[in-house]
Design a protein around this ligand. Sequence first.
Ligand SMILES: C[S@@+](CC[C@H](N)C(=O)[O-])C[C@H]1O[C@@H](n2cnc3c(N)ncnc32)[C@H](O)[C@@H]1O
Length: 327
Amino acid sequence: MIPHLKVETENAEKTRSVLELSGNLNKNFRPIKEEGYILWPVTEDTTGDIIFRSGIPSKDSSGDYRSLLPKEIAILAPRAFDVLGHVAIISPEDSFSDFIPEISKALLTKHKNIKTVATDGGVGGDFRVRDLKYVSGDENFVVLHKENNFIFEFDISEVYFSPRLSFERSLVLNQAKINESVLDMFTGVGPFSIYLSKKASHITAIDANPLAKKWFFNNIRKNKIDEAKFTFIEGFAEDAAPTLTSKFDRIIMNHPTSSLNYLDISKNLLKDQGVINFYLIADRLKEEPTPNLPFMESPHWLIKDSRVVHAYSPSKELRTYELYLSD
Ligand SMILES: C[S@@+](CC[C@H](N)C(=O)[O-])C[C@H]1O[C@@H](n2cnc3c(N)ncnc32)[C@H](O)[C@@H]1O
């Protein structure tokens, strides 16, 4: 059975472009029409109103690169892989690791937009950079990625970036008010900062990765935004944030494996009515609200909203919380 995301027909096209951008659309199957709804075939980690159907295979199943592989390799080869710009990224598994050269060749032949194939040993270290290994094609990891009318250029072996957050970034921009002052505490190559610059009066961005600053300003220029709107601080948030003298309407805390360590600093930087968009890797839950998090019990914080951004692993999910200071 194939997972399908159920959406009302009027939202079908918008949802399709979001799924396509985030890589969650399963193109091996066709959408299904059901009274008032469209069911989009999606990858297994997609969240939302998921229902299972046997799936209608796409007419053009020749779009599947595995059709170029010998049968014994095709059954082991991964159906899904990430694509960032021109780079296809395979998460290697023992079952097919011996066949990665054949799999890469098939990917390069089938998909003309793919120029480079790499394997990804996972995101790690303080800077959350992918452990990439070049496999074949051009040895070039500088990618151009477009989402929601924004454009980002960066070296995926140097800095963090996740295309799966594109919908989340749109939601935060939607929620933002005109002329907000923003602190983007773990900015990376600046995607949240650049989205929010459409509404914010000023954005202070911090990142500890010494390679992030170059890509951050490169992306500001690429998106034709006035550089004067931004202050970039290269350094660790624990050192830089306490030295800031102004308070903010919005603080973005997207460092989901460590963000809890920085909540105390943020408390002193948030205006009275300000909000923190806080991201956290949490246990997968069937019921709301999420229990057992320090700010659930804390007298300092009010949680206005909490939702799943996407699945992270079979037992974990990326969650976001809107946090406000209590009186
Ligand atoms: C999960 S990434 C998020 C990047 C960005 N917000 C985005 O959405 O693409 C976390 C970022 O925090 C940075 N980082 C890690 N520890 C840090 C610290 N103590 N202070 C400031 N930045 C840090 C990393 O270099 C990385 O760019």
